[in-house]
Design a protein around this ligand. Structure first.
Ligand SMILES: NC(=O)c1ccc[n+]([C@@H]2O[C@H](COP(=O)([O-])OP(=O)(O)OC[C@H]3O[C@@H](n4cnc5c(N)ncnc54)[C@H](OP(=O)(O)O)[C@@H]3O)[C@@H](O)[C@H]2O)c1
Length: 268
């Protein structure tokens, strides 16, 4: 299988967790980066470190683009960067994401809407903006979904459904773009040690989840980038979750939703 190389990647959600790991690994692989998130200071610190570490190397070429992807103006700013032909992007990493844990009826509906905007609508708009430049250069899109995409998840209903959209949409685009030379890869991590747990207000739940099911952001990002380099449609980073996804695919939804709901209700 051929391994592809990229020149310049735009990574959303680069200020922490898996996105930070993508930025570091890309820089180490000699890929210039454009880093997107809301936290301008965190992005600036990361960029400064990468410029020093990779000085004189293409990996030290780091742009910072602070933007809120749930805000139309912020999203447009990133779309404009993706269509800028001066320093074209050949890898788009749609990594920024968020979710809430809890019964849908009790959660703030604005937060649920924001999660759909970030997890679904932002990747949709950014990918559409990026495709002409990607098609010219045989580029790629990496969409960070989740193992939550493969079955309904009571108590994380909106999050899991948003990731189901992302995963299904990615795989459909993978086929649509086959002849255009663009690949679209869905990355489906399981539990990953990052800021996600805090952002979802789920620290108490995280302490009750056994250590062996957690992956590091570096392991997840590396698996995603290796999968993109190999032109894969779907990457599930660890063997444990590959077994889970395979089991989920052959089990009736009636069973998986009850099983998963039984676990998630007890965790809350
Ligand atoms: N951690 C897990 O267990 C896990 C499992 C499966 C999938 N995932 C997925 O992995 C991806 C990365 O999450 P993570 O685990 O690395 O969590 P994280 O550490 O919380 O990172 C989330 C990133 O998204 C950015 N972000 C959040 N809201 C944003 C907005 N409105 N506009 C722009 N950027 C925004 C955050 O930066 P700012 O706050 O600076 O904006 C941050 O850089 C997400 O798509 C998540 O759904 C995570």
């Amino acid at each position: 299988m051929t391994t592809r190389r990229f020149t310049r990647a735009l990574v959303t959600g680069a200020s922490s967790g898996i996105g930070d790991a993508f930025a570091r690994l890309l820089a180490a692989r000699g890929v210039a980066t454009v880093l997107v998130a809301r936290s301008a200071d965190q992005l600036a610190d990361l960029a400064a470190g990468l410029r020093t570490e990779h000085a004189g190397d293409p990996g030290g070429d780091v742009e910072v683009l602070p933007a809120d992807l749930t805000d139309p103006a912020g999203l447009q700013k990133v779309c404009d960067r993706l269509t800028d032909e001066d320093l074209p992007i050949d890898l788009l990493v749609n990594n920024a994401g968020a979710g809430q844990v809890g019964a849908f009826a009790e959660l703030d509906v604005q937060d649920a809407e924001t999660a759909v905007r970030l997890n679904v609508l932002a990747p949709l708009r950014l990918t559409h903006a990026a495709l002409p430049a990607l098609a010219e250069r045989g580029g790629a899109v990496l969409n960070v979904a989740s193992v939550a995409a493969f079955q309904p998840v009571p108590m994380m209903a909106t999050y899991a459904a948003s990731k189901a959209f992302l995963s299904s949409w990615s795989e459909a685009l993978y086929e649509e773009l086959r002849d255009a030379g663009v690949t679209v890869t869905a990355l489906a991590p399981g539990f990953t040690r990052s800021g996600f747990v805090d952002a979802a207000d789920a620290e108490d739940i995280a302490t009750r989840i056994p250590g062996f099911v957690w992956d590091s952001p570096e392991e997840v990002a590396r698996a995603g980038l290796d999968g993109v380099a190999r032109g894969r449609a779907l990457v599930v980073p660890s063997w444990l979750y590959r077994v889970g996804v395979a089991a989920s695919s052959v089990t009736p939804t009636l069973v998986t939703r009850r099983l998963v709901g039984g676990v998630t209700r007890r965790l809350r």
